[in-house]
Design a protein around this ligand. Structure first.
Ligand code: FAD
Length: 289
């Protein structure tokens, strides 16, 4: 277990005023003018047989992935930042179709609340049905409900082989023809598929659909990211990449419409008021923004 006393003291109690937290600052770093803290880093324990790992939320995802690879396991978090940053943003990368949403990765969190207390949420077992599932609230809340200090994550087996393929075939044909692809991307012309498993199975599946191996996925447009119903996603125009089966559309254009409806926003604000009545944690951010 990681000692969170120093981290909790740095966050301070309700009288300590506004405070923000940063990981590796992948998307901009600390909020200007607000006191900033960082979560502890380091792997506390790794239990390959239980497929769980416990680490400080400040641990870089790449470091965790390297440590897990020695046990032929990995974790479903986007690479590049810290574990805490990835969880608090809550956005999966293009492997969400096969690897599931980021929230499913977090089994237990010990976080520092707005009152400056260390709170434990969830538990390191998959069958964990008692009480409120606060872990699911924390994922995607961008540090507005609590600052993650230590987390227990579900790991997953590392596939024997992993390969991207592409084809100009119809997306529906590719979707039907592949067994549990990890990712399926479509830009209106080409389909890219990430397959994982036994090398011979991957090659046979790809050959049956006339797919060519390629180095990786296409570059994702960065103008906007929306989650749309399948029919709307498939009706995209302009420069886009759709994550098939997930509904995420990466578009070159900025998205100007509201990203969530008023009821959803009111509920998110009510939860925030309950967990952080003075709005001191990451004060400039909307919840689930
Ligand atoms: C607005 C936004 C959009 C993103 N979109 C995508 C995307 O579409 N696809 C994708 O793969 N990745 C996306 N990311 C994820 C991002 O690139 C990293 O996975 C993530 O930010 C982790 O990197 P970091 O450690 O540098 O976190 P930072 O960039 O330092 O922090 C990210 C956010 O997490 C909060 N945070 C950091 N540590 C903690 C902690 N211990 N407890 C609580 N909150 C914490 C920060 O206050 C900040 O709000 C997005 C990130 C942001 C902020």
């Amino acid at each position: 277990m990681i000692d969170l006393a120093e981290f909790a003291a740095a966050v301070g109690d309700a009288d300590a005023g506004p405070v923000t937290i940063t990981g590796l600052g992948t998307r901009g770093g600390p909020v200007p003018g607000v006191r900033c803290v960082g979560a502890p880093a380091g792997i506390a324990w790794l239990q390959p047989d239980e497929m769980t790992v416990c680490c400080g939320a400040g641990t870089p995802v790449d470091e965790l992935v390297a440590a897990l690879a020695e046990h032929r396991q990995t974790v479903a978090l986007p690479a590049g930042g810290t574990v805490g940053g990835a969880l608090s943003v809550g956005r999966a990368d293009v492997r969400q179709l096969g690897w599931g949403p980021v929230r499913d990765t977090l089994l237990q969190a010990r976080y520092v609340s707005a009152a400056g207390e260390v709170v434990k949420a969830g538990g390191p077992t998959v069958k964990n049905v008692s009480g409120f599932d606060v872990c699911r609230l924390l994922v995607g809340s961008r540090g507005t409900l609590g600052f993650l200090g230590e987390v227990i994550l579900r790991t997953r087996p590392l596939a024997r082989a992993s390969q991207w393929y592409r084809t100009s075939a119809e997306p529906a044909v590719v979707q039907r023809g592949l067994y549990r692809p990890v990712s399926l991307l479509w830009d209106g012309t080409m389909v890219w598929a990430l397959l994982e498993g036994h090398p011979e199975d991957l090659a046979a599946q790809a050959a049956s659909l006339g797919m060519e191996p390629c180095d990786g996925p296409p570059t994702l447009p960065t103008g906007s990211r929306r989650v749309l119903p399948p029919a709307e996603a498939m009706a995209s125009t302009g420069t886009f990449v759709v994550e098939l089966g997930v509904g995420v559309v990466h578009h070159a254009d900025q998205w100007t419409s509201p990203t969530r409806d008023a009821r959803e926003a009111a509920l998110a604000e009510a939860v925030r008021r309950e967990m952080d009545p003075t709005g001191r944690l990451n004060p400039v951010l909307p919840v689930h923004g």
